[in-house]
Design a binder for this molecule. Structure first.
Ligand code: ADP
Ligand code: MG
Length: 331
């Protein structure tokens, strides 16, 4: 099968299939898209490389899902509505079973979010997947990293930490080991993450800053604090601990939640006066949201071992032994 047959079979869709936003769709030299009148375009790119971002043995449908999910997660962190994406695929060989699985996982998630595949590039080489996603957002309403203010509450969605638990299980470094049911559950969180698109949209005009957790909660929080020129306190007792994580030793729970990475949850700040609105936004979006800390004027991060008290995070101070993942430092 040649390059053009491959593209036509797996990545170009009949007019009746999938969402349509492009004025000139996939198959021409350029796609042409028209965002709704008055809207701004939000654009983000993420690349996944075999051996670095995924294992060669991963199910191709899950890989297709994840490749788009991590990009949709970036749009959600900006409060953008997904519109379209391009796919740059580097393949070592034409493996039709793999392509069928990959494209089905990819396009199913695309359809779920009304995000149209409008073009791409296909080349031979070591397996790598590059996606550029485009979304739309009303002028001035994109959620940024820079808007956190002292007194804001700090929130995280869902259940961060499970993807890291799965990664450690794959590495065989987990003590005690996970049983089969727990492993399959957390493995799904690592291999098939759910981008929090609806939550990002619900947080427009409500959150003062947002970021998606891809490199670890504390590391990603650091980006928000630096951009916003503020500090924060976190109550370790207020962190969400999923049922699977709750069964693990306490130190491991904290390692996974605070420094796990690959979570694709949203970490965001909102004024304390909007507390009830944030809870309602989570409910409307179908994902629990947890208040874990308080933004403060003093730069830096303070970890407290207690729960949330009358004045915010309480308990004894804990030294920060968690650093976030950095591709170049770790290699
Ligand atoms: P060009 O030579 O003009 O760069 P290509 O031969 O690379 O065009 O691609 C032909 C058409 O197929 C283009 O419309 C391109 O966007 C689309 N395409 C190529 N690879 C992919 C892919 N992996 N997924 C979706 N569309 C693709
Ligand atoms: Mg090309």
């Amino acid at each position: 099968m040649g390059e053009f047959d491959l593209i036509a079979r797996y990545f170009q869709r009949a007019e009746s299939q999938g969402p349509r936003h492009a004025v000139v769709p996939n198959g021409d030299d350029c796609a042409v898209i028209a965002p709704a009148a008055g809207m701004q375009l939000a654009v983000s790119t993420d690349t996944m490389v075999e051996g670095r971002h995924f294992l060669s043995t991963v199910d191709p449908a899950r890989l297709g899902h994840k490749a788009l999910a991590v990009n949709l997660s970036d749009l959600s962190a900006c409060g953008a509505q997904p519109l379209a994406f391009t796919l740059a695929l580097t393949l070592p060989r034409v493996d039709e079973a793999w392509l069928a699985g990959f494209s089905s996982g990819l396009l199913a998630l695309a359809d779920e979010h009304g995000c149209e595949l409008i073009g791409g590039d296909t080349t031979a080489g070591p397996l790598a997947i590059g996606i550029t996603v485009m979304g739309e957002v009303p002028p001035g309403q994109a959620l940024l990293r820079s808007g956190a203010r002292p007194g804001d509450e700090l929130w995280v969605s869902g259940w961060p930490g499970e993807a890291r638990l799965a990664l450690e299980a794959f590495r065989g470094t987990l003590a005690p080991p996970l049983d089969g049911e727990a492993f399959e559950a957390v493995r799904l969180r690592m291999e098939r993450p759910t981008p929090r698109v609806a939550l990002g949209l619900a947080l427009r005009g409500l959150a003062t800053s947002a970021i998606d957790v891809s490199d670890g909660l504390l590391g990603d929080l650091g980006h928000v604090l630096r951009r916003s020129r503020v500090g924060a306190a976190i109550a370790l007792g207020a962190l969400p601990i999923s049922a699977w994580l709750a069964a693990r030793p306490p130190a491991q729970q904290h390692d996974c939640v605070l420094a796990g990475g690959d979570d694709y949850e949203l970490l965001f700040t909102a004024p304390a006066t909007r507390h009830a609105d944030v809870l309602a936004a989570g409910q409307a979006a179908g994902v629990p949201v947890h208040r874990i800390g308080l933004v403060q004027a003093d730069a830096g991060l303070r970890l407290r071992d207690g729960a949330w008290g009358a004045e915010g995070p309480q308990g004894a101070g804990i030294a920060n032994r968690w650093t976030s993942f950095d591709h170049f430092k770790s290699s």
